[in-house]
Ligand binder design. Structure first.
Ligand code: ZN
Ligand code: ZN
Length: 248
């Protein structure tokens, strides 16, 4: 069922024609996850427990804060703080950290209490969920490439994906049969090299437009070449929000 929903979403993202449909979907999913954390979902015991256990990274705290729901955000943080407080105390208490009397008799690890503190501060509910969704969306893209000739043709003529997502797809392609994997990697290679060459040209013209002699020459496709090339090389980070239903 989830795969069927993803099929529609991946098609929709590809039709947008951005530099990476997987990034577009990831960003849309991320916005939904941020909204969900501040919405009623946090009152559902299971969700609340997951939020308390994982917390949020700095990037997602910024995104939660930007929603200007100070009370919702504060309740999340208070709940997480109350979960963490005893754990921080335990992290400095060797017996608490190692968890059992047998282990407590062993030598105190040299990385004590850093490891326990790192474990507490290195997790994020939104990052974790986003990774699961992204992996499924990437899997769906490969599945569509394999099963739907229309999708394959559309993907072949598209801007393909960003470099980090190309890595993810290449990694996932080992689930295909040997022949299908070879063919998929050949398509990916062709798509990536062609699109990097296109961006090189577009960004090159972008830089030349700063020369006063080119002041009146048309921009062509280059006006947002900087944003699109950065998005291609590092994953979506600049320019208008992709797949934004609130955009005009
Ligand atoms: Zn991407
Ligand atoms: Zn995060």
């Amino acid at each position: 069922m989830e795969h069927r929903l993803d099929t529609f979403a991946v098609w929709e993202a590809l039709k947008e024609g951005d530099e990476c449909p997987l990034c577009s979907l990831r960003r849309k999913t991320e916005r939904q996850l941020v909204d969900r954390c501040l919405g009623g979902a946090v009152m559902i015991p299971d969700d609340r427990q997951r939020a308390n256990a994982a917390g949020f990274c700095a990037n997602h705290h910024r995104q939660l804060y930007a929603k200007s729901n100070r009370l919702g955000h504060a309740l999340l943080v208070l709940s997480r703080l109350q979960t963490l407080k005893p754990q921080v105390e335990k992290a400095f208490d060797r017996t608490g950290m190692v968890g059992s009397k047998r282990l407590a008799r062993q030598k105190t690890p040299s990385n004590f209490p850093a490891q326990a503190l790192k474990g507490m501060s290195g997790t994020c509910l939104i990052c974790r969920d986003l990774e699961v969704h992204s992996a499924r969306q990437a899997e769906t893209l490969i599945l569509l490439w394999q099963k739907d000739p229309d999708f394959k043709a559309r993907l072949m003529a598209s801007r393909w994906v960003c470099l980090p997502d190309a890595a993810m797809l290449a990694d996932m392609s080992d689930k295909l049969s040997e022949n299908a994997r070879k063919e998929f990697l050949a398509c990916l290679r062709h798509g990536m090299t062609e699109n990097l060459a296109r961006l090189e040209e577009e960004l090159d013209w972008f830089t030349r437009k700063f020369d006063y002699r080119n002041q009146d020459a048309p921009w062509g496709e280059s006006k947002d070449a900087l944003e699109r090339t950065a998005n291609k090389l590092g994953g979506w980070c600049l320019g208008p929000e992709p797949l934004d239903e609130n955009a005009l």
